[in-house]
Design a protein around this ligand. Structure first.
Ligand SMILES: [Zn+2]
Length: 295
């Protein structure tokens, strides 16, 4: 969109199409945020998104955000509102400085208190930051290492491209910043900020990695599974029909070969999916697109 009026009209259009929520991107002008969130809220829609460039997360929340996508956007809250986050700086600044964030600091604790007071959801998409901060050019990305051999060769190449260029000191610095992101996710969980598991690439598989990383962060696997099922259903207002196995609910299910509470990676071992009264066998679907079934 090029101006506020177009944005307001888009919200009307999405409401008419039945959407519950709009997502604002980094390139939205800060002065558009308040009128856009007011419009969405008038229509009973929620607002999520990136924090627009030249704004902090605190400002966006105070102007009506209900949810924040991507955990780097939380870290940017403590860096500077002068960063042009339409550029790759939104990745490099938290990578270079994120490790310094002090979870005991008043500034951080005040921000967590704001998230709780306003019921702000956080959608960390931590798996993409693992790939961007840790993967090395020419080496298999840790984010995709569990599934890459199952994918066609053409896809496998993209798992060797590395994330942010890194060498020397920045390798350890980026790793420390990624570890700090995991620490923040665990802290959000402990302090009662609602986490909604989302992804930002490779549908299906990256979601599994997202859940694995929450467990790596310290959240018990059983709680992670709830975030992915009943809690997400409650947050999106569909818990009467979905989100748990119960009499009277829709039988939209997956069958997993293994116990994901004992080992969250078992969530990758989906044998079939039942949806809308149809059953879909994973092996048949994978075969159809050239992906090997899990071993
Ligand atoms: Zn996004």
């Amino acid at each position: 969109m090029d101006n506020l009026e177009e944005g307001l009209a888009e919200i009307d259009d999405y409401k008419a199409l039945g959407y519950q929520q709009i997502k604002l991107y980094s390139s939205i002008r800060p002065e558009w945020v308040l009128p856009l969130t007011e419009k969405a809220h008038q229509l009973n829609m929620r607002v999520s998104g990136h924090i627009p460039a030249f704004m902090t997360a605190t400002q966006a929340i105070n102007q009506g955000y209900n949810e924040i996508q991507h955990i780097n956007m939380l870290f940017l809250n403590f860096l500077s509102d002068t960063i042009d986050t339409r550029t790759p700086l939104r990745h490099t600044m938290p990578a270079l400085h994120g490790f310094k964030l002090n979870l005991q600091s008043k500034e951080y604790q005040d921000f967590i208190a704001l998230l709780k007071a306003k019921d702000i959801l956080v959608d960390p998409t931590i798996a993409i930051f693992e790939n961007v901060y840790l993967s090395q050019k020419g080496e298999p990305s840790p984010t995709f290492s569990k599934i890459m051999s199952r994918l066609p060769l053409m896809n496998q190449r993209s798992f060797y491209t590395g994330g942010l260029p890194k060498s020397g000191d920045t390798i350890a610095i980026y790793k420390a910043s990624f570890e700090k992101m995991l620490a923040v996710i665990y802290d959000l969980y402990q302090q009662g900020v609602e986490i909604v598991p989302g992804t930002d690439g490779l549908p299906g598989f990256l979601y599994h990695r997202e859940l694995e990383l929450y467990v790596q962060a310290g959240i018990p696997a059983a709680e992670v599974l709830k975030l992915a099922t009943i809690k997400s259903a409650k947050i999106t207002g569909v818990a009467n029909d979905f989100g748990s196995v119960a009499i009277g609910k829709q039988a939209d299910l997956i069958l997993v070969d293994g116990n994901p509470v004992a080992n969250i990676s078992n969530i990758r071992r989906v044998e079939w999916t039942m949806k809308g009264g149809h059953i879909y066998y994973a092996k048949e679907l994978y075969d159809a697109v050239g992906i090997q079934h899990f071993e």
